[in-house]
Design a protein around this ligand. Structure first.
Ligand SMILES: Nc1ncnc2c1ncn2[C@@H]1O[C@H](COP(=O)(O)OP(=O)(O)OP(=O)(O)O)[C@@H](O)[C@H]1O
Ligand SMILES: [Mg+2]
Length: 400
């Protein structure tokens, strides 16, 4: 197996799919010490910076598309490390982040969580990003109690999830905020909040976007807001008013920008992960409560929404669909992405609606959830059983 001699004070960027093993020396990924002689997997489309504290020998292999490159120094800015260290010393910290897409929010959040957990403190990672989720399926938000530092937060799954319904908050702000409130209430019931690290999306380029971020802050009352880049007009005053410690941090020294394609691929891996081991279940329509993400729950309207989605999908693909959803399943192995709830109305997983027949009073849903489904909420996305996002349109587009 090839290995790399990484000198002390240098960084090795590993672009997945790859796997590494620390053979000698001392190194870490975003504050997570690399275990000796244990394999660490870096998934496709993800990259991880390995920083060497001592001269280190790192065994590596990579698959198609994977690579490694050495960078001088630590790609984590000193300001990041200092700020996180200082905050981690506090008795309680609620950290929120702000920055554009690919600015390094999730990496900074991972560093924060790893340093806090490394100090043997309780830390809960909250993922509010419905587009580039780390621990829950895209279109949902969730949290997980971290027991150990992790090279990549996406190694763990959320222990509690709330559905939102779309891959960007722009068209679905109120629903996102409501879901965040529910998630926070659920978290408070389960844990006495000590340290929260709250990852968010990179939608910050308008007043509406900043307003939305403020709504999220109102729910969590963060002790600190870490901004990568410059603060936005008015944010300083806002933070002063609510006693939030505002810190402006520089961007990471090295960033591998992800194309829209790469972002889509990352989402697809997450859908696939949460659809694994699924089967098709047939359920009478009248046995479940159906709803569309905008709140529409009249069955005939939902039927119209499904038809409209199929028309838009057919137009996009340049095909004619005659037999509805079943045809999509047969040809593309795909269905409408749904959120499923159990008898207690608790979110229980995602599924794909692959048949909806009101005459027969039957629907089919492809899901790994095995218990009784009480409620199904349809989204405006068509996703395949392998997780491919074949089509999506803003939710409101299907109601007109
Ligand atoms: N300190 C760092 N050293 C090396 N690479 C980094 C660092 N910070 C971030 N990156 C890389 O840059 C890319 C973007 O980082 P990250 O996912 O943290 O950004 P983000 O702001 O969360 O993006 P998004 O808006 O998509 O959620 C990733 O590939 C990540 O591995
Ligand atoms: Mg992120």
């Amino acid at each position: 197996m090839p290995f790399y001699d990484l000198k002390s004070g240098k960084t090795l960027i590993i672009n997945g799919p790859a796997s590494i093993k620390l053979l000698e020396g001392r190194a870490s990924i975003l504050g997570c010490p690399l275990p000796q002689k244990k394999q660490v997997v870096i998934k496709s489309w993800r990259s991880r910076p390995v920083y060497a504290y001592e001269d280190s020998k790192i065994e590596y292999t990579f698959g198609e598309g994977g690579s490694i490159e050495e960078v001088d120094g630590n790609t984590i800015p000193d300001e990041w490390l200092k700020t996180i260290q200082e905050i981690a010393e506090l008795d309680q910290s609620i950290l929120m982040f702000m920055g554009t897409s690919d600015s390094g929010k999730t990496s900074l959040a991972t560093l924060g969580a790893n340093i806090i957990v490394g100090m043997k403190k309780r830390c809960i990672f909250v993922d509010l990003d419905i587009g580039q989720s780390s621990i829950c399926p895209p279109t949902t938000i969730g949290y997980v109690y971290l027991k150990n530092p992790l090279p990549d937060i996406s190694y763990v799954r959320a222990e509690s999830i709330e559905a939102v319904g779309y891959t960007s908050p722009t068209h679905i702000m109120a629903r996102h905020v409501k879901a965040v409130e529910n998630l926070y209430n659920n978290l408070k019931e389960k844990y006495s909040v000590q340290n929260l690290v709250i990852d968010v999306d990179g939608w910050i380029n308008s007043e509406g976007a900043i307003h939305h971020k403020k709504e999220l802050m109102k729910i969590f009352n963060p002790t600190h807001l870490l901004i990568i880049g410059d603060a936005y007009p008015g944010l300083q005053e806002y933070c002063e008013e609510y006693s939030i410690g505002l810190r402006e941090l520089p961007p990471p020294i090295f960033v591998r920008k992800r194309s829209l394609e790469a972002r889509k691929k990352l989402r697809e891996m997450m859908y696939e992960r949460f659809l694994r081991k699924s089967v098709v279940r047939t359920i009478p329509v009248s046995w479940v409560e159906l709803e569309y993400i905008t709140g529409e729950n009249r069955v005939y309207k939902i039927s119209q929404i499904i038809n409209k989605l199929l028309v838009l999908f057919a137009e996009d693909k340049g095909i004619v669909i005659e037999e509805g959803l079943e045809e999509i399943y047969r040809i593309y192995g795909a269905g409408i992405l749904c959120h499923l709830y159990d008898v207690n109305y608790t979110f229980s997983g995602i599924g794909l609606l692959t048949m909806f027949n009101l005459k027969k009073n039957l629907l089919k849903i492809y899901t790994s959830f095995q218990a009784q489904i009480k409620r199904i909420v349809l989204s405006s996305l068509i996703v395949s059983v392998e997780g491919s996002e074949l089509f999506s349109t803003p939710p409101q587009a299907l109601e007109s």
